[in-house]
Design a binder for this molecule. Structure first.
Ligand code: PAF
Length: 280
């Protein structure tokens, strides 16, 4: 396992690998790795000669009032998990290493990033696309794997790759759930036992909405209201529950096929997201 802490050494190594004809798969993460991340590494392992995992809690995707300072970190545990799952390289820059102090360039997608999380976290996706573009240029990957728990993130990055001609295949990976249905997230560790059990209402509400809309696509508005009510009744503070066409990230039209029903809600001070993607 090679661990790089500086952009310069990491990029030099990646370029050497490319010159020697090796294919590279990148799994970008913010660390505190769980089984969801492990599933991304397993997918990457099957795709390329070299698997790289980046571990970086990216300050530019957190608003000042968000949890950047207390975001969970466990570097030694992360390294052990990466070794266990056959990753070859970790890139783990210190916070001051990733951005020059006077950095003033951003990468921004301005359509798909606007609804859902983009509405309540207006600077989030600009931070994500900027850091992911930098990681792509440093790691030189042929493939990059992103989990569908943040499906909007995955769609935004696919759009960035297409629009800016990055020669990279984005591989969307299925969302991974705990046995009780809670979507795996590093932020789940903030939840008390009581909040955690009440947070299961998010997935229950999404499944019910999916069933109702699959049976009758005219039931969208009513199904979303019912889902909001279920999460609220469980003590959650709903940020959004919405349905969008996956291709446009707009409200589904008559011709829409694949849709996402997505929710974000706070339990205590913890904001959780979840979604169901299906055909209508
Ligand atoms: O999904 C995440 O963990 C982050 O948004 C990412 C893609 C690693 C960028 O910081």
């Amino acid at each position: 396992m090679k661990i790089f802490k500086t952009r310069c050494e990491f990029q030099r190594y990646a370029l050497e690998l490319k010159r020697s004809g090796k294919s590279i798969a990148l799994v970008p993460t913010m660390g505190f790795l769980h089984d969801g991340h492990m599933s991304l590494i397993d997918i990457a392992r099957k795709k390329a000669d070299v698997v790289m995992v980046s571990i970086f809690v990216n300050p530019t995707q957190f608003a000042p009032n968000e949890d950047f300072d207390r975001y969970p970190r466990d570097f030694d545990g992360d390294v052990a998990k990466c070794i266990d799952h056959g990753a070859d390289v970790i890139f783990a820059p210190e916070p001051g290493e990733m951005y020059d102090p006077d950095a003033s360039c951003w990468v921004e997608e301005v359509n798909l990033s606007k609804p859902l999380c983009g509405r309540s976290r207006p600077t989030f996706y600009r931070g994500v696309t900027t850091v992911v573009a930098k990681l792509f240029l440093l790691a030189q990957p042929d493939y990059a794997v992103f989990g569908l728990k943040d499906a909007q993130q995955c769609f935004v990055i696919q759009k960035m790759v297409r629009d800016l001609d990055f020669p990279i295949e984005i591989i969307p990976a299925p969302l991974v759930r705990d046995s009780d249905g809670l979507a795996l997230s590093s932020r789940n560790r903030y939840l008390s036992a009581d909040e955690r059990s009440r947070a299961l209402s998010i997935h229950r509400a999404l499944l019910a909405a999916k069933a109702a809309i699959s049976a009758d696509r005219n039931a969208m508005a009513a199904a979303l209201e019912k889902a909001k009510a279920e999460i609220t009744a469980a003590g959650g503070r709903v940020d959004y529950v919405d349905i969008l066409d996956c291709a446009t990230m707009e409200y589904p039209l008559a011709g829409s096929r694949q849709v996402i029903v997505a929710a974000a809600a706070f339990f205590g001070s913890t904001r959780l997201i979840d979604n169901e993607i299906f055909e209508i």
